[in-house]
Design a protein around this ligand. Structure first.
Ligand SMILES: *[C@@H]1O[C@H](CO)[C@@H](O)[C@H](O)[C@H]1NC(C)=O
Ligand SMILES: *[C@@H]1O[C@H](CO)[C@@H](O)[C@H](O)[C@H]1NC(C)=O
Ligand SMILES: *[C@@H]1O[C@H](CO)[C@@H](O)[C@H](O)[C@H]1NC(C)=O
Ligand SMILES: *[C@@H]1O[C@H](CO)[C@@H](O)[C@H](O)[C@H]1NC(C)=O
Ligand SMILES: *[C@@H]1O[C@H](CO)[C@@H](O)[C@H](O)[C@H]1NC(C)=O
Length: 512
């Protein structure tokens, strides 16, 4: 990821968002790490699978699905504009039964996809059961699916969820033609986080194309000031199911209170030293970045509890924060940050606000990993999602303010702060927020994950379902099963599998 980019986010005093997207430099680093960990797990899973199936598959090497590119109109809603870009996608036909086997569409967003998008994960396990054709489509403006003008400001407004859904409709037509699909080949789409929302919305807006959808950790309700994010962080730090406790939450709150007092007193030399700042802190922008980076460590560990692959979990965080031998709560936060930096192989933290802004402004295309500039743009133009900490009871730094986040929209993209609320309202009116009137969608969330607060948490009808998994974090159900998965997660995967079978009116088949 681009740490740099990350930095940008931090921006102003505040910091960012995450999950989906924004965030301080550290949140971007964490997101990149999660992507790597998931890919590593997928790779191990594929290799493990080949051990017993290699006889049937022959040499796996040349069978690996290749990346392909499909020309898409840059603007689906103005046919006078003949500009196009090439959208990257992958197809895996190996599990498919062409006579009526379904199509499982894996939707990208926020970053690049890889060939593992059609080789491992919950949707691939389900494809094996239901003999599906697997198609993975990268989101426009992310990864290698960039228009010829790159990320320059002029064309960035063609980056939107509406254009992305129209891309998927075109892809549906193209794949249907290429594989001679009929009405018998039912489409089911999958996605997690922002692509989870796209999965739900593709079914909602294009019911003639998509039979059903699984939407994992999908924040379908846009919100400018996402205060609930840190309310869930607070609850998760207190939750004994994942090794939290009320004391842990209180100690984290006390430590950030001490940081805020030092910032208020201008004790920058001590903060630079204690938290290993790459450069001296220069002004309130940098103060905000430092606060945001520290908050990101806690927010990232909560959001990706057990997903990070570096043994940074809520349980570990709380053990460290309970260790009185380290000194006052502030000292324990210093140790937590040092521990995090060591695990992430960071020798210093970049707290420069100006550098963060520069990174967000950079039009350099990065064909892998998370797309920070693009994602921040989408928050300004469609979703908000700013994870603030201004209310009583937030255990992190009060330097995480809405104003600092929204200022970035103006400073980087020329989007006025006052227009962001209108964009958020439009998104909710357009898609129905957390009460979408659709059918055959299953919304899956983990109750530890702060993003669940913007998703659908109650069954809306007999065919618009919500699953809330006790004790899991962001998108946990999308990974291949592992030993040690909590029972609640195993149970959720089974409900999803049965629900899909039901929607396809098929019993699970044995693997090929
Ligand atoms: C696109 O339209 C422009 C004029 O608007 C024209 O000059 C150009 O040849 C067109 N390109 C293609 C590929 O049709
Ligand atoms: C496409 O499918 C139809 C009906 O299943 C069949 O009649 C036709 O031969 C197929 N065409 C190709 C090119 O496979
Ligand atoms: C961090 O490591 C890089 C090289 O890996 C080095 O150039 C830089 O000076 C180091 N910074 C600090 C603060 O130790
Ligand atoms: C929704 O209904 C399903 C059964 O149809 C049930 O398993 C699930 O727990 C319900 N979800 C919620 C949030 O009540
Ligand atoms: C989650 O599971 C734990 C046991 O592991 C149980 O004590 C707790 O009540 C459950 N929480 C919810 C919300 O069901």
């Amino acid at each position: 990821m681009e740490p740099l980019v990350v930095a940008m986010l931090l921006l102003l005093l505040a910091r960012g968002h995450s999950a989906l997207g924004l965030g301080g430099r550290n949140m971007w680093l964490i997101k990149e790490k999660v992507l790597q960990a998931r890919e590593q797990r997928a790779r191990d899973h594929v290799r493990g699978g080949q051990r017993w199936s290699s006889a049937a598959l022959g040499s796996a090497q040349h069978l690996e699905p290749q990346e392909e590119f499909f020309p898409q109109p840059l603007d689906h809603f103005n046919r006078q504009n003949n500009a196009t870009y090439k959208q990257r996608y992958w197809v895996n036909t190996k599990l498919w039964e062409p006579q009526g086997g379904p199509v499982f569409l894996y939707i990208g967003g926020e970053g690049a996809l890889t060939t593992y998008s059609v080789l491992a994960g919950e949707h691939v396990d389900l494809a094996r059961k239901y003999r599906a054709l697997l198609v993975a489509v990268e989101h426009r403006y992310y990864g290698a699916s960039i228009n010829p003008d790159g990320l320059n400001h002029r064309n960035l407004h063609f980056l939107s969820s509406q254009q992305a859904l129209a891309d998927l409709a075109m892809m549906h037509a193209f794949i249907s033609h290429r594989y001679n699909l009929s009405k018998l080949n039912k489409w089911i789409c999958f996605g997690g986080s922002y692509p989870g929302s796209l999965s739900a919305w593709f079914r909602l807006k294009f019911p003639h194309l998509v039979h059903a959808a699984v939407a994992s950790s999908a924040p379908v309700r846009a919100q400018l000031d996402f205060t609930a994010y840190n309310k869930v962080v607070s609850r998760s730090l207190s939750n004994p199911v994942v090794g939290g406790s009320p004391e842990c939450r209180a100690t984290v709150g006390a430590a950030f209170g001490a940081v805020d007092e030092m910032l208020a007193r201008g004790e920058s030399a001590a903060l630079e030293r204690d938290f290993r700042s790459c450069r001296p802190l220069d002004g309130s922008g940098d103060y905000g970045q430092l606060a945001g980076n520290l908050a990101d460590v806690v927010m990232g560990i909560v959001q990706y509890n057990h997903e990070l692959g570096i043994d940074a979990t809520i349980a570990h965080l709380c053990r460290l924060m309970a260790n009185t031998r380290l000194g006052a709560p502030y000292r324990r936060l210093v140790a937590l940050n040092a521990n995090y930096m060591e695990r992430m192989s960071l020798n210093c933290t970049d707290n420069s606000y100006q550098r963060a802004l520069e990174e967000l402004r950079s039009e350099v295309v990065k064909p892998y990993g998370v797309g920070e500039r693009q994602w921040y743009y989408q928050t300004c133009a469609e979703f908000g999602y700013y994870q603030t900490c201004e209310d009583e009871g937030c255990p992190l730094s009060r330097w995480l303010t809405l104003r600092s986040e929204v200022d970035v929209c103006a400073q980087v993209f020329g989007i006025s702060a006052s227009s962001v609320q209108g964009a958020v309202d439009f998104t909710n009116d357009y898609y129905g927020a957390d009460r979408p009137k659709a059918s055959r969608i299953i919304f899956v969330n983990g109750d530890i994950d702060p993003w669940h607060a913007l998703s659908v948490l109650r069954n809306q009808s007999r065919s618009e379902l919500a699953l809330v998994i006790n004790g899991t974090a962001h998108c946990a159900n999308m990974n291949p099963p592992e030993t040690g998965d909590p029972l609640s997660l195993q149970h959720a995967r089974q409900i999803i599998e049965e629900q899909i079978g039901d929607w396809l009116s098929r019993r699970p088949l044995y693997p090929l």
